[in-house]
Design a protein around this ligand. Structure first.
Ligand code: NAD
Length: 479
């Protein structure tokens, strides 16, 4: 895998771009590489190639088993190149090397899982009530897929789209975020090496307002799979309206973590700290709202403060580092401003709230805990996408549930208790696509993932995801 010059990968070729932009190393704030900005013409070429590959050519006539083998090979190549991919992701996004290595190891599992499913996704014979008729149902690929990902976890968020899309027989154009696109442009080399026919997968990067807009409003795109922020999602729904492209949306969250007094408090504290401060809080499932039973609040907060202040903040490429910088200056500025607003509005700073000591360069921000008097503070309501935990106390299970659900989001949640019946009641009552009980942030290719409310539409992962990239054709035969 070479990384000397990053190029877009369109119709089976690595292409020079007429326009480029600087990619910034978040640990220094200094540009480290030039990235190709795809133009509208580049997008058109990629979509047209995907359409040709879908209609004619080797991909269109390939058996599901052969498609599946290509996906498994791609998964193997990701694992074989995990070290290099992780290094690039860390360099371009500031996500620490421990986390990028760990995540890329299971990105390979997603391609292998969907590769294995490609020839197990069956149609049906329908026993209708007519003696001289037979009906079969054929699951057919829905068409050209536009996959759009945000900058965080780009390899993972692409795998949950490309895996089921290609297993279903679709072709795809993947747009890497303009922030931190290096790992996906390097991944394109593995797609090429795996031997996918030209046009089956194109990978490009560029800006949302031109390249992203064109991709999601292109008349030949039948399916849009988007992960990102809610305001971009609304724009994308408008983009897709003209062509009525089927769209799934994986959006943000303000995930509650509920800690009852009867929980194993030390293991809960470890999970809460990892739940919010992993990836410097830049994770859609970040457990950013802690709801803790009042009788243990002070003791629990003291544990959290100790653990948060012990986190080793530093160079993201150093394997000893436990928390790196934020990915962009814009994120850093936004977090500074929401924290200031929340403290002015009555929040009590438990720890953090500023740059970590000695970190004058780069986009570093200290692990921050704010105790909030109620749910109205900006740090409680808004997704910050940063290392800021808001804390509220509750007195009863009913109050915990009501606070947990007092948000327009509904992506993930956590419940810590040793009372099994209470855990089940909370799991039933919480409005979120994921409830983790006595654990946090577990994922698997076998398990569906997605949000309620403003956290999105549709599910990724699991068997259902592949159905979402097919449409059924009913074939009626007079016998
Ligand atoms: P973003 O919405 O700003 O950008 C996401 C992608 O959309 C980028 O590739 C961008 O170029 C593209 N885009 C922007 N405008 C566009 C337009 N008009 N048309 C088409 N594409 C356009 O998101 P971000 O700041 O990069 O990422 C953070 C957000 O992503 C957070 O809200 C986070 O919660 C969410 N997220 C969700 C999940 C999930 O699975 N639910 C996972 C990770 C991140």
């Amino acid at each position: 895998m070479s990384t000397a010059a990053f190029k877009n990968y369109i119709d089976g070729q690595f292409v020079e771009s007429t326009e480029t932009f600087d990619s910034i190393d978040p640990s220094t704030g200094v540009p480290w590489a030039q990235m190709p900005a795809a133009t509208v013409a580049d997008v058109d070429r990629a979509v047209e190639a995907a359409h040709r590959a879908l209609r004619s050519g080797p991909w269109a006539s390939m058996t599901a088993t052969a498609r599946g083998k290509l996906l498994v090979r791609l998964g193997d190549l990701v694992v074989a190149n995990a070290g290099r991919l992780a290094e690039l992701e860390t360099r371009d996004t500031g996500k620490i090397i421990r986390e990028t290595r760990a995540q890329i190891a299971y990105v390979g599992d997603y391609y292998r899982y969907y590769g294995g499913l490609a020839d197990k996704h069956e149609g049906a014979f329908v026993p209708i009530d007519k003696a001289d008729m037979e009906v079969t149902i054929r699951p057919e690929p829905i068409g050209v897929v536009a996959a759009i990902v945000p900058w965080n976890s780009q390899l993972f968020l692409s795998a949950v789209k490309l895996g089921p899309a290609l297993a279903a027989g679709c072709t795809a154009v993947l747009k890497a975020s303009e922030d931190g696109p290096a790992p996906l442009l390097a991944f394109a080399e593995l797609v090429h090496e795996a031997g996918f026919p030209a046009g089956t997968i194109s990978i490009l990067t560029g800006f949302g307002h031109d390249c992203g807009h064109r991709l999601t409003s292109h008349p030949l795109v039948a399916r849009v799979a988007f992960t990102g922020g809610p305001s971009t999602a609304r724009q994308i729904v408008i983009n897709t309206a003209e062509n009525l492209a089927y769209t799934t949306l994986e959006l943000g969250g303000k995930s509650p973590v509920v800690v009852f007094a009867d929980a194993d408090l030390d293991s809960a504290a470890n999970a809460v700290v990892a739940g919010i401060f992993a990836a410097t809080g830049q994770s859609c499932v970040a457990g950013s709202r802690l709801l803790v039973e009042r009788s243990v609040k002070d003791e629990f907060l003291a544990r959290l403060k100790r653990k948060a202040e012990a986190i080793a903040i530093g160079d993201p490429q150093d394997p000893a580092t436990e928390m790196g910088p934020l990915a962009t200056l814009r994120q850093h500025e936004r977090i500074e401003s929401i924290v200031a607003e929340s403290l002015a509005g009555g929040g009590r700073l438990v720890t953090g709230g500023a740059r970590p000591q000695g970190k004058t360069n780069g986009f570093y921000y200290a692990p921050t805990i704010i105790e909030a008097p109620d749910q109205t503070l900006a740090c409680v309501r808004e997704e910050l996408f940063g290392p800021v935990l808001s804390v509220l106390a509750f007195d009863s299970e009913a109050e915990a549930l009501s606070l947990a659900n007092d948000t327009p989001f509904g992506l993930a949640s956590g419940v810590f208790t040793t009372n099994l019946a209470k855990a089940h009641r909370m799991a039933r009552g919480i409005h979120a696509g994921v409830v983790w009980i006595n654990t946090y942030r577990a994922v698997s290719p076998l398990v569906p993932f997605g949000g309620y409310g403003q956290s999105g539409l549709g599910r990724e992962g699991g068997l259902d995801a592949i159905r979402d990239y097919t449409r059924s054709k009913s074939v009626w035969i007079r016998t």
